[in-house]
Write a protein that binds this ligand. Structure first.
Ligand SMILES: Cc1cc2nc3c(=O)[nH]c(=O)nc-3n(C[C@H](O)[C@H](O)[C@H](O)COP(=O)(O)OP(=O)(O)OC[C@H]3O[C@@H](n4cnc5c(N)ncnc54)[C@H](O)[C@@H]3O)c2cc1C
Length: 369
């Protein structure tokens, strides 16, 4: 079998690697280089957890963490286990209730999560400011890794296993299973478009519509200060953070506005850097010097679930992660690789559930209202 993947981000290279295990002749087309900063996978924060209330997401999250740890044990990537805490602050009754409601549902799916008291949180992580926390929950099965390094490592493994990976090679879809590059046209048994924020545009060349909107998010890293924190999502403040080289990586700055994937600002905005300063006061009681700040694109769908599966006969899509694509990529890659060779897909993520022309608002992926 002869399968092409358009897009060499975390998802595309994972699919390619998985396909080599099935003895598929797989070709990846990447318009830039692998793991560089032009793709979302080169700009992501690398926060990974399995704290999902939906059964499919919980399974996918768990499986992905298992794979990250296997790769780490094999020396392919560095994965640092670190609990993930999410919380609502005083006065935010709606999100506090949402956290209390989510935790038992996650536990039903076997996830190691619990509501944690403010005293226990303060004992475990004295650097956190806890005085105005209303409700906090903790997921023990979580950690972080460098998404660009992951992407390069899996691409190298796919290459070693026999995949053909073309970089600096933009691909155009001429029909469901025909791809054109600067060197000519090639026909495949199946094509997967995993082109991140460009996925809708790539499919449109073959007259295939999907409802997908790229939107801009931001992140920054701080100078090293030897601070010990869990990974954290502050649902009230709207920020997440994780340890990063002795300092912090802090993110969000979401703008729920559809962006042209070829025309957007890669630099972080001044307002975002200032807002993070004020947020770190709330989270850890002090500000930290910014060492690097940037923006990147995420993709939204009408229902917040991915578009994963066969869109037309022979033409598959994998996109629409609402800011959670990296942490799910090892498991999502396995699932779509199995579907590409004839296995079942995930019904809830089937891209044919939409016409493709639906109008919808972008809803931030991490919010828990
Ligand atoms: C600041 C930031 C922080 C984030 N933090 C997290 C996080 O902590 N955890 C998490 O799970 N997710 C996070 N995300 C989201 C995550 O980055 C994405 O969900 C994930 O990287 C998507 O991977 P992908 O392979 O689908 O897409 P991408 O990484 O965007 O890869 C798509 C690839 O397709 C290529 N391409 C496009 N068009 C063509 C074409 N015509 N021909 C050939 N190649 C083409 C692109 O060059 C690109 O390399 C974050 C995103 C940002 C921006």
């Amino acid at each position: 079998m002869n399968i092409a993947v358009i897009g060499g981000g975390a998802v595309g290279v994972t699919v390619a690697f998985e396909l080599t295990k099935q003895n598929v002749d797989v070709t990846v087309y990447e318009r830039g280089s692998i793991g560089d900063g032009s793709a979302s996978s080169g700009r992501a924060a690398g926060v990974c957890y399995d704290a999902y209330a939906g059964p499919i997401d919980a399974t996918v999250g768990k499986q992905a963490l298992t794979r990250f740890r296997e790769w780490s044990r094999a020396g392919r990537i560095e994965f640092t286990s670190r609990p993930y805490v999410w919380l609502a602050r005083a006065g935010d009754a709606q999100r506090a209730a949402a956290i209390r409601e989510q935790v038992p549902r996650m536990q039903e799916h076997g996830r190691n999560v619990s509501v944690v008291s403010v005293d226990e949180l303060a004992d475990r992580y004295p650097a956190l400011r806890v005085d105005d926390i209303a409700v906090a929950a903790i997921a023990e099965n979580a950690g972080y890794t460098d998404p660009a390094a992951y992407t390069r490592s899996i691409a190298a493994a796919a290459d070693q296993a026999g995949a053909t990976i073309y970089t600096e090679t933009p691909a155009t879809l001429r029909s469901e299973t025909v791809i054109e590059t600067s060197t000519g046209r090639e026909s495949f048994d199946a094509v997967l478009v995993a082109a991140g924020a460009h996925t809708k545009r790539v499919l449109a060349d073959a007259d295939v519509q999907i409802p997908l909107k790229p939107y801009r998010v931001q992140a920054l890293t701080t100078a090293s200060t030897a601070i010990d924190v869990p990974m954290l999502f502050d649902a009230t403040g709207g920020y997440y953070l994780r340890p990063h080289e002795g300092g912090l990586l802090v993110g969000d700055g979401t703008e729920p506005i559809e962006r042209d994937p070829d025309d957007w600002s890669r630099s972080a905005d001044g307002w975002f850097i200032e807002a993070v300063d004020s947020y770190t006061e709330t989270a850890i009681g002090r500000t930290l010097d910014t060492s690097n700040a940037w923006a990147g694109l995420c993709t939204a769908t009408p229902d917040g679930d991915p578009l994963l599966g066969e869109r037309r006969p022979g033409l598959f899509v994998a996109a629409g992660w609402q800011g959670h694509g990296f942490m799910r990529s090892p498991a999502i890659g396995e699932r779509i690789a199995a579907q590409l060779v004839g296995g079942d897909g995930i019904d809830a993520f089937d891209p044919t559930r939409f016409e493709g022309t639906e109008s919808f608002e972008i809803v931030e992926g991490m919010d828990i209202e």
